[in-house]
Design a protein around this ligand. Structure first.
Ligand code: G4F
Length: 328
């Protein structure tokens, strides 16, 4: 097993340290190489040295919100970076299989189209996305990812490479970065439960996501890449939950019951038992454009690959919250 890591001024590899131990336990080689998707010569050198049989491109400027602030960098890494990898593969290692981390963000704009709510329904119906749903990216991140998605499909069709796109909806775990909403919620509430004098500041509480468990989705990546025929697959749970629901569930695991008061930017969540303010809305966490209700249908992955998620929303929140309570 070989991994590509960016050079950073301080080491931040705690999330992959477990891989080294797992590889050692199975007597598998494990080696890290410096590299960067914006540096084609470096990529070529690593691929030439390692001679991989499968490449999983999970390298990305993956924060959608930050891509509004660094659109060119997002494009260089998330779009052109993928072209660099594919072209090196085509020229030097065409037998290698390629997995591209494509994303549900490609469908974002579909959620902004007006949809009719059924009579009596509290909100508009969800937009269920499949491999044939139209792409409507609404962030610099998603626009770059659309290019990468199309290039991956092009190298498959045009040059016969075994190159696949996994169109993954949100996938979370205790390894999630702290500036993504799920981990921000569980890590902050855990610190508060352990006595920290903090408030959890969030953006749009009513934003909805189709949240699954990352280990299930990594299994899907492997199933996609090792399938006989390369193809594109949606990987999702098929249901959405709001940021607000995530907060309520996580708070319950930490021993709080949230009572919401106020509206819009003045809304806050209080601990019902003590009246203490635990959650507040902070306008800077809103995005210029965001979507709020798309979910995915993984019917094709189920039918062709036999993939199914094993962990539902409630258990996912428990796993993350219990892990952060342990760390705090
Ligand atoms: O956790 P998020 O930042 O994830 P987002 O934007 O859905 O993207 C993640 O999943 C995609 C699909 O797999 C990936 F392509 C992408 O790379 C990334 O892994 O935000 C989720 C929702 C958004 O609607 C955001 O506006 O939560 C809302 N939100 C509300 N308050 C917040 C916050 N998001 C963040 N990051 N921080 C907040 O305080």
């Amino acid at each position: 097993m070989h991994g590509l890591v960016r050079r950073t001024s301080s080491l931040n590899r705690d999330r992959i340290d477990g891989l080294r131990d797992a590889a050692k336990a199975r007597s598998l080689p494990f080696e890290l190489h410096y590299g960067n998707l914006i540096d084609p010569l470096g990529l070529q050198a690593v691929i030439g040295r390692v001679k991989p049989s499968e490449i999983y491109n999970l390298a990305s400027e993956s924060h959608v919100g930050i891509s509004f602030e660094e659109p060119e960098h997002s494009t260089s890494v998330n779009a052109v970076g993928v072209l660099r990898l594919l072209e090196i593969m085509r020229l030097t290692r065409p037998e290698c299989r390629f997995y591209q981390a494509s994303t549900s963000e490609l469908f974002g704009g579909l959620a902004l189209r007006p949809r009719e709510a059924s009579p009596g329904a509290a909100r508009s119906p969800e937009c269920v996305c499949t491999e044939t749903s139209p792409f409507e990216p609404i962030s610099p991140y998603a626009i770059a990812k659309q290019y990468a998605h199309a290039m991956t499909a092009f190298y498959r069709r045009g040059y016969g490479l075994h190159a696949s796109n996994g169109i993954l909806f949100n996938h979370e775990s205790p390894r999630r970065g702290f500036n993504f909403v799920t981990r921000k919620i569980t890590a902050t509430l855990a610190r508060i439960a352990r006595g920290a004098d903090e408030v959890l500041f969030l953006g749009n509480l009513d934003s909805r996501r189709d949240w699954g468990y990352a280990p299930d989705y990594v299994r899907a990546m492997w199933m996609i890449t090792t399938a006989d025929v390369a193809d594109d697959y949606v990987i999702a749970t098929g249901e959405t939950r709001s940021v607000r629901e995530f907060v309520e569930r996580a708070a319950a695991v930490a021993g709080f019951e949230i009572a919401w008061e106020g509206a819009g930017p003045a809304e806050a969540g209080y601990d019902r038992a003590t009246g203490r303010r635990l959650v507040a809305v902070e306008p800077r966490f809103f995005r210029p454009l965001d979507h709020s209700s798309i979910c995915g249908s993984a019917a094709k992955a189920k039918a062709v690959l036999g993939w199914e998620p094993t962990v539902g929303f409630g258990r996912l929140v428990e796993i993350m919250m219990e892990s952060d309570l342990g760390r705090a």
